[in-house]
Design a protein around this ligand. Structure first.
Ligand code: ADP
Ligand code: MG
Length: 316
């Protein structure tokens, strides 16, 4: 069992960006309004993720890193209001086995913040009271240090730089899907990217993709989704965003300018050129941008929301 646990963990975390994604997902799941990501040496030396979310009960620190612990599964899987990014309870134990973790947390009801040092097997080796506001700070040091192959691969300058780009792209996607959250990304003390808290998706698109975008949405439509024509099954929503002016897609790091992004329940599920998407998914004809619109407004963003019980993000 110990061995199979190790194998399972090693698959959750294979790259630096995996760690950042998991920690940031957790911060959002904790209803944070502000998420700060600080990397040293591309995250190999240090990854710090700071949030002002609801915090972690101090007594939970003793089970959190052992694997299979999650506070996010409920028996009643209702509509997207309690839709979370995490659900497997695997990430923290996996990150722990590959690095040195120190976590500080304070809930609103806690008299003081506490700081916990974890060992590789997920046990708490020390705890102390420290000054810190409400929320949680994860510090992950020396990722993959004891894993020569992954360490060597991740340290290659080209790989490390690509990882940083991937992290930035992932955060931008989260920024689009989570308008009310303030994000900032620092590398070696320098601000790489940030996004203020805004009111809605249009504003989030504008701040993330650059001015000239969604300020005057030329097309924003909603549709109700009834699979199999059976109205009783479930209801979702589809929003399509097409910019007023052509957007410089370098903001998202795309080389092609004709991109379409499809988000399902606040997750980016596909990004590709629109023509390829039609070929691959035979997107319905009614409300999609016409070829002319595609040429004029090369970027389009689809936001699809369905009940969490109707999607399985473990499957491709
Ligand atoms: P999952 O996200 O699938 O539940 P994780 O291993 O990522 O599994 O996290 C385990 C648990 O730790 C979460 O269910 C949550 O209760 C708690 N947790 C992790 N990070 C945070 C955070 N930043 N704020 C509050 N709780 C957190
Ligand atoms: Mg998680």
């Amino acid at each position: 069992a110990d061995c199979s646990n190790k194998i399972r963990r090693s698959q959750v975390i294979t790259k630096i960006s995996d760690v950042v994604r998991e920690l940031v997902d957790n911060a959002i799941d904790a209803n944070a309004h502000s998420v700060q990501i600080l990397l040293d040496n591309y995250g190999l030396k240090k990854i710090e993720v700071k949030d002002n979310g609801h915090g972690i009960p101090h007594e939970d620190m003793y089970s959190l890193f052992q694997g299979g612990y999650t506070s996010k599964l409920h028996s009643d899987s209702h509509l997207s209001c309690d839709d979370k990014y995490g659900f497997r309870g695997e990430a923290l134990s996996a990150i722990c086995s590959f690095s040195g973790i120190v976590v500080t947390s304070k809930r609103q009801t806690d008299p003081a913040a506490k700081n916990f040092v974890l060992s590789k097997d997920g046990t708490v080796t020390s705890e102390k009271v420290v000054p810190c506001g409400n929320g949680t700070v994860f510090v992950v040091r020396d990722l993959f240090k004891d894993f020569p192959v992954r360490n060597k691969h991740s340290s290659e300058p080209k790989v490390a730089k690509t990882q940083l780009k991937d992290i930035e792209f992932y955060l931008k996607c989260l920024g689009i899907c989570n308008p009310s959250i303030y994000f900032s990304l620092y590398h070696n003390g320098n601000l790489i990217w940030s996004k203020p808290a805004v009111k809605n998706t249009e504003q989030a698109l504008t701040t993330v993709l650059g001015v000239g975008f969604a300020k005057n949405l030329s097309s924003c439509l909603s549709a109700e989704v009834f699979p199999d024509g059976n109205e009783k099954s479930w209801k979702g929503s589809l929003n399509l965003f097409v910019p007023q002016k052509p957007v410089d897609m370098k903001n998202m790091g795309f080389t092609s300018s004709k991109m379409t992004m499809i988000f399902v329940n606040r997750r980016l599920v596909v990004v590709d050129e629109y023509q390829n998407l039609i070929k691959r998914y035979a997107i319905g004809s009614a409300d999609r941008p016409t070829q002319q619109e595609q040429r004029k407004f090369p970027l389009s963003v689809f936001m699809i929301d369905v009940p969490p019980s109707e999607v399985d993000f473990n499957r491709d």
